[in-house]
Design a protein around this ligand. Sequence first.
Ligand SMILES: NC(=O)c1ccc[n+]([C@@H]2O[C@H](COP(=O)([O-])OP(=O)(O)OC[C@H]3O[C@@H](n4cnc5c(N)ncnc54)[C@H](O)[C@@H]3O)[C@@H](O)[C@H]2O)c1
Length: 366
Amino acid sequence: MSFVPYDRPVRAAIVGLGRIYDLNVRAYRDNSDVDVVALVDPSEERRAQRQAEWPAARTFATAADLAASDVEVDAVEALLPIPLHVDGVVEMLGCGWHVNLQKPMCNDLAGAQRMLDAAAANDRVLRVMENYLFYEPLRKLKETVESGALGRVSGYHMKMVGSGRGGWEVPISSYQVQFEQMKRGRGILVFDDGWHKLATALWLFGPVREVRAWIGETELGPGVALDAPTTIAWEHANGVRGVWDITIAPDLYLRSDYYTNDERWEVTGTKGFARVNRCTGRGVQQPSLEVYVDGELRAFHALDDDWASSFRDSGRHWLRWLHTGEGPMWWRAAEAVDVLRFALAAYASSEAGGIGVDPATVDDRD
Ligand SMILES: NC(=O)c1ccc[n+]([C@@H]2O[C@H](COP(=O)([O-])OP(=O)(O)OC[C@H]3O[C@@H](n4cnc5c(N)ncnc54)[C@H](O)[C@@H]3O)[C@@H](O)[C@H]2O)c1
C-alpha cells in the first residue's frame, strides 16, 4: 500500500474503553506523535470515565457516529471485544482509518482474509499489536540469543500457569466474551493469552514447519472448561524445536498488577541458557532475565520488566511510525496471520491425536 507518514501529530480515536484501555493508553500520554481526538464506546459510564483524561476529545457511542461527525481521524486504537474484531476492523478501515488492533486477530482464516482485503481495498494499514515483542526482558533474551553468547540454539521451553487468585479486577463483560470464545473452541489459555506465546516463538526463531499438540480441558464449573493441561511442541524451519506447557492452578495466589499469569521462556544453547522468569505477573521475583554461560550466571536487575511498559512501547512504536515512517514497523497483519495459522495447526494436531501439522496447510476458507 502507498503509506505516507504524517508530517503532523496523528489524529487518533480510541475505540473500546474497557479493561485493556488502562494499559494501551500509556502510549498516548505525553506523546507528541499523537493527538487523541475521539473516544468511542457504547457505555456512557466508560466514556465519562475515560474522557476525564482527554477533555478535548469528542466522545461517541459507535464508530459509525464518529465517522458521521466532523471529527477527522487518521488512525484507530481498536480495543474491541474479540467477536467484534472482524466486522469492526472492516468498518473502520472502510472509514479510511489505519487500525491498530488487539490480539487475537480473529478466530479463523476467513475472518483474517476479510480484514486483509479491507486494508488493501482502502489502502490503509492494519496492525495487530503484539506487546510482548516490546517487553524489555524478552527483547534482551532475543538479543542474547542472536549474539551467539549461548552457542548454537539447541531448543527452548515456554511455561504458563493460569492462576485463579490475585491480580486486577476483570469486568464480567471480558469474562463473558471469553466464555463465548471457549464455546467456539478458542480457549483463553491456548488462543487468547497463548497468542502472545506463539507470537514470541515466531519472533524469536522464525517460521514453524510442524506443530504437535495435546490440548486438554479442565472443568471449573458448570459450562466453564479451561483449555489445560495442554502441551504444544513444534519445529521451526531452521530446525530449532520449542515446547510450551500450560497448566492451571485455580487456588494459587499470584502477585500481579494485571492478570494472574505466571510465565517463563528458557532458551538452551550448546554453551548455556537464558531464562525470562516472568512477564504479566510477579511469580519468580528474581531478576527478570538470567543468562548462564561457562559456570557463571548473569542476572539483569535493571530491565523495565513492568508488563504495562510493553503496551506503552508497542503503541509508541506504532504512532512514531505513522508520524515519521521510522521503522520497520512491528507487526503487520500478515505476521498476525502466521500466529493464527500456528494456533490453528495446534488445534488440528490435537483433534487428530497429536500428529504433526504444517501451519501452511491449514485452511478454513471456502
Ligand atoms: N495484549 C494483551 O495482553 C491483552 C490483554 C487483555 C485484552 N486484550 C484484548 O483487548 C481487547 C479488549 O479487551 P478488554 O479486556 O479491554 O475488554 P473489556 O470487555 O474490558 O472492554 C471492551 C470495551 O469495548 C466496548 N465495546 C463493545 N462494543 C463496542 C463497539 N461496537 N464499539 C466500541 N466499543 C465497544 C465495551 O463497552 C467495553 O468498554 C480484546 O481484543 C482483548 O483480546 C489484549
